[in-house]
Design a protein around this ligand. Structure first.
Ligand code: SF4
Ligand code: SF4
Ligand code: SF4
Length: 474
């Protein structure tokens, strides 16, 4: 007989262990220390399907790569289904393989029985196997880590998060995904300019949100050629860490375990896709919050630390990737420079900021006009796509993010009171814009590490090497 831990998925196999599970009432899970009562009998190593027990709940497949449900804690309230289908507009009917792994259902479950799959166990395993563990931190986590310790919403706590990852979680290196965001902008802005010149596959859609990309692939396959071929910032970090960082630091590429620290459950799905597997695991802040609570860690006990150098710093543009409109604003700063060789006088595109579901702007670049739109939430995306069906030339560039507010509202963020969600998301966004303003370097093309990477290694945006390492097929 086999028993599976409902918390982390570890399987106790009586045959392998040569012991009956029932004879071990005080057993605790080898991976996450969950007690024996949280184990359930499984067949074929899969969780028993929850559908029959909770008919009102959204369907979570037993092989869902990002989300799990603790069935016995579910009260069948239907809140998750309401969020998924009505609020988010992600109605996948009976085919639960179309779940985009966004985790928005987690954010509204009153009993907290929906959770991200716990990948801290995989980090523990890698450390036991003497792997060199490298973390990279997503932009939106630096203004939400403090919430775990009840700090005011939007507080910037990057050095504490770095210290936590190094000293409490045992990472050997901690790098910054804002660097990957800058790299994404270099490639994406160049791709946009190429498409504008050739008047091909416009409007171009952003590709950094895997939930949006999966949604488009499933429901709007004709749009796929319009989606940027750029990997997401995490995808680019994975490639550059495994290929460039290991080379310059003389590390054995096969002995590296890379972990993206994210606000996003859908990234757990993204790293399973072909071309994105240089990131070995994704750990969300939700999982980190559970770890911190389980280990009774206090904020004052966590040391402050600096990021490691090279790939350890992004521009202000990389930081605002974490909120809706940020990718577009970051892209416009660099696109303007690439097209004119000049620096923008006013770097802040305030008309595309905020939390209105659909925002648009007309950007004048010398004698050219670029029409852009920003949309967050799939309900809003559907509205916009309907609108452009009859007017495909209306925009040249469209940013789409699955979660309302962008990644600051991701399904892997620490839980918040959803009655105050808009207010809280606004505070998180303010925290990122404030950080952008404080940075000396606010555009991706000015980041000295980015310049060095292209000079020493990639040659130029869209070079054959850059295309091989930083782009993908949808
Ligand atoms: S993860 Fe997203 S798409 Fe999947 S069930 Fe939850 S809300 Fe729906
Ligand atoms: S919201 Fe949570 S408790 Fe309610 S039906 Fe969904 S999974 Fe069950
Ligand atoms: S908006 Fe951000 S957090 Fe939400 S699914 Fe997309 S990438 Fe993940």
């Amino acid at each position: 007989m086999k028993y599976r831990c409902k918390i982390c998925g570890f399987v106790f196999d009586e045959e392998q262990e040569n012991q009956k599970f029932i004879e071990l009432p005080n057993y605790t899970c080898k991976m996450c220390s969950a007690p024996a009562r949280l184990f359930e009998i499984v067949e074929n190593d899969y969780l028993i399907d929850a559908e029959t027990v909770v008919p009102n709940a959204v369907k979570i497949n037993e092989d869902n790569i990002a989300i799990r449900r603790i069935v016995e804690d579910c009260i069948n309230c239907g809140q998750c289904k309401l969020t998924c289908t009505k609020k988010e507009g992600l109605d996948f009917g009976e085919d639960s393989s179309l779940c985009v792994n966004c985790g928005q259902c987690i954010t509204t479950c009153p009993t907290k029985c929906l959770k991200p799959i716990n990948d801290i166990t995989r980090l523990e395993e890698a450390k036991q196997n003497k792997k060199i563990c490298i973390a990279y931190i997503s932009p939106a986590t630096r203004v939400t880590f403090g919430e775990i310790f009840n700090l005011p919403y939007g507080t910037f706590t990057l050095s504490k998060l770095v210290g936590f990852l190094k000293h409490n979680m045992g990472f050997d290196y901690v790098l910054d995904t804002t660097f990957g965001a800058d790299l994404t902008i270099m490639e994406e802005a160049s791709e946009l300019i190429e498409r504008l010149k050739e008047n091909k596959n416009l409007p171009m859609f952003t590709s950094c949100c895997p939930a949006w990309v999966k949604y488009a692939e499933s429901f709007y396959p004709d749009l796929v050629p319009h989606i940027s071929s750029c990997k997401s910032p995490i995808g680019m970090m994975g490639s550059i860490v495994k290929n460039y960082f290991t080379e310059i630091n003389h590390l054995d590429k096969d002995n590296i375990f890379t972990v993206a620290i994210t606000p996003c459950t859908a990234k757990k799905y993204e790293i399973t896709l072909e071309g994105n597997q240089d990131t070995n695991a994704v750990i969300t802040l939700y999982e980190i919050a559970e770890y911190i609570k389980k280990n009774h860690l206090k904020y004052e006990d966590i040391k402050e630390e600096e990021m490691d150098t090279i790939l350890g710093e992004g521009s202000g543009a990389g930081v605002i990737f974490g909120n809706t409109g940020g990718v577009m604003e970051a892209a416009l700063r660099t696109t303007y420079h690439f097209l004119t060789n000049k620096t923008l006088q006013n770097l802040e595109f305030t008309s595309i900021r905020g939390l209105d579901g659909v925002r648009e702007a007309i950007v004048k670049v010398d004698d050219k006009i670029i029409r852009v739109a920003i949309v967050d939430g799939m309900s809003n995306a559907k509205r916009l796509l309907k609108e452009i069906e009859g007017n495909p030339d209306k925009y040249q560039f469209i940013e789409v993010m699955n979660c309302v507010g962008g990644c600051i509202g991701g399904g892997g963020q620490p839980l918040i009171n959803m009655d105050d969600a808009l207010k809280i998301k606004n505070e998180r966004i303010k925290g990122l814009y404030k950080r952008d303003q404080e940075k000396n370097i606010r555009s991706s093309y000015e980041n000295p590490d980015i310049i060095k990477l292209y000079n020493d290694y990639l040659e130029k945006p869209l070079s054959p090497k850059a295309k091989k390492l930083l782009h993908t097929k949808h």
